[in-house]
Design a protein around this ligand. Sequence first.
Ligand SMILES: *Cc1c(COP(=O)(O)O)cnc(C)c1O
Length: 363
Amino acid sequence: MAHVKLHIPGPVEVSEKTFAALCRPMIGHRGQGFKDLYARIQPQLQTLLGTRQRVYLSTSSAWGVMEGALRNLTRKKVLNCMCGAFSDKWFDVAQRCGKAAEALQVPWGSPIRAEAVAARLSTGEFDSLTLIHNETSTGTMSPLDEIAALKARFPDVMFIVDAVSSMSAVPLEFDALGVDVLLAGTQKAFAMPPGLSIFVCSAAALERASQASDRGYYFDFVEFEKNAREHMTPSTPSIPHVYALASKLEEFLAEGLPARYERHRRTNQMLRDWGARHGLTLFPDAGFESLTLCCFNNGAKPGAGRTVDAAKLQKLVKDQGFLVDGGYGKIKGTTFRISNMGDETPESMTPLLAALDQAMGQL
Ligand SMILES: *Cc1c(COP(=O)(O)O)cnc(C)c1O
């Protein structure tokens, strides 16, 4: 069957070079070969994340680390900042882990703002909060800088930040932000297959975790730190993913991080321009649009631009070899999403845009 190129917001298209990197011969995860590999990529990961802390590798999708963060860091109560499907789900996950949790819910498409977070944290009820930097379901980017700045006022609150669909596509400086956990999965902007997550913890987070008696084993942050000191992971990692990550990090640094961020900004602008040409509007509030995908209104909501049959558009584009997303969660049917994250360049976006143009002409 002919391959349909992925322009959904994860997993995204994986290059032949990355697939080749996955297929290198296996090594033992306690041997010098693995230690050398992890030791070699550690400073590259630290550069990418702007940190002097050790960066950890978890063989799981992002949710493993998202759940793990609650189990390691929430003892009193967690404030779940909610603005879309993934951030809303974190509240549910906190409750499933038996944690006291409160929802700070804003309408989907709106960002989380610092004033609202500060108002809740001021009650003194919370020892942790969860925040999604780039809410992928709605294509909305919350202002991480202004929220992270609250850490100075609430030093005892653990700031747990999901950057699953923004890490490596926009600048994220962990140490400068001063947050406590920053995490991502590799099937989004890293353009790797799903199955590996990357995360970093503050010294305060490691200290808090060490006091938790019920943090389990697989996602125990203290185990990650102990093992990372020896360039290892707590349990057997997906070694092929680590090979692929080494290959991707080499690419990121060869391109240059500022050039990589600029490329994402440009390819995202191409999608926005395409939508504007066809009378489409974006779902998120103005000024908070994601840089790694576009979430377009399909006109089902009154006054939200041109009406398009998103399911038909998706099918027409798929017939031309490209997969776009037909909406997620409760806004499936009123929105559709197209991703520009990963390896996409202005050149690689051009055939997609041509297919989208042609499909719009057939609607
Ligand atoms: C994709 C995504 C997740 C979920 O990741 P899994 O790999 O399915 O665990 C979480 N948060 C955000 C923002 C995402 O985009």
